[in-house]
Design a protein around this ligand. Sequence first.
Ligand code: HEC
Ligand code: HEC
Length: 398
Amino acid sequence: MPHFPTDLHDNGTTVMTHSNVVGGLGRPRPTGPLGPRAGMTAPALLFWLFAIALFVLPFLQQKADASFGLGDPRSKALWASEDTPFNELDLPYWERVAAVQERIGESLEGDLRQSIEEASELYFGIETKEQKLRNSGVIEWERLAAGHETYNEVCAGCHGGTLWSNSVPGDGAGPAARYMEPRPRNFRKGLFKFSSTQSGQRPMHKDLYKVVSYGLAGASMPHFKLLTEERRWDVVEYVRYISLRGEFEELFLTFTEDDEELADAEEVAEIVNSRWHPDKLSSVFPSTPETANDEASIARGRELYVGAKAGCNGCHGDTGVGDGPSADAFKDGWGYPIKPRDFTGGVYRAGSENGDLWVVIATGINGTPMGAFKAVLTSDEIWDIVHFVRSLEKTEGN
Ligand code: HEC
Ligand code: HEC
């Protein structure tokens, strides 16, 4: 392979214009990673009726209020470029595969979709004989059956699974998904927002466990404290598995398209596998203890916030309500419009401690325009900005 394309998981603007990061709605897939599914049980059906009433209705309301909604041509027009064929934005995976087949089919031997399915099955199939990857310690295979069961019961309605949505599993296009903003995560890009790891890295087990246990405040991702801890770890493992497998399929397609020849499956599998290896991942912690949270720190934080070095106000606005000059222009790494956070609400998804804010500012939010500031700000400067951001929260009596 002559070159590797840009990593799928860059922060910042590169990720938003790259055609390979655009997510999409689902389309039937003949077999899932675990073979045929069982039918939906009555309790599961009841759960979904209830969940849809609980989560979807408020979002319908919210959508009507939004300044521009999903599918508004203005939001897409901003990101269409000459090398991103306009009508391919948001296309489901297998449709993108078909488009590539059509474009470079002559230089490929045989059917691209079939090649991808075979390669995916060989390296990541649940029954795979490819022991090298299977035994590499990346996936705890024995958790997958239970994780898959929980996933289909309580996650697939939003995150997508073959049972309800006829989509590629985990592509974020469950039947409840289209009314949500932000959309449920498409797991098939290996791209996660709220992890404790370095910018661009995959999340650790504990990061996903935290999301499942506490949900994401201000988004329609609920908490699952009522699942036993064991079931939470199982479903985390299943999410890692479909992410890794989805990422393999995405990268295989990108390499094939870029090089105009069938990608080397083993090479792609090894790249993806090593990105997810737990030994390669570690959490980022504040590198100095928190400074005093006083008026002086807040004032320094304000200077930095509007200054050239950090320039947070360009997106989050001078008063922190998320209305900076560039705020309307963004699309996330899954192809949907995204707004900078309004700080006056005091709601943070990565965690609500000052230390959580330090980490999110230092490492950024993957797949969004919110970049990593560790390289441009000192640790103490980040603490000052944390204090300033918190001072914008409108609490009672404020
Ligand atoms: C009612 C809909 C809904 C259900 C049910 C749901 N999620 Fe989510 N989930 C979301 C939304 C919406 C987001 C995206 C939030 C965002 O982008 O800020 C999300 C995001 C996530 C993320 C991504 C976090 C990150 O750092 O990027 C994970 C992991 C996740 N969900 C796991 C699960 C698991 C596991 C289940 C089942 C146990 C589940 N979700 C059930 C709606 C849902
Ligand atoms: C290029 C635009 C942009 C710039 C510059 C930017 N942000 Fe953001 N920021 C965003 C977007 C978009 C989000 C929302 C991400 C999401 O919802 O997933 C966000 C989210 C956040 C959050 C919420 C994290 C959470 O856990 O929910 C914090 C805190 C934050 N930004 C702080 C800052 C600070 C401080 C700066 C300057 C050092 C900054 N941002 C610069 C775009 C930006």
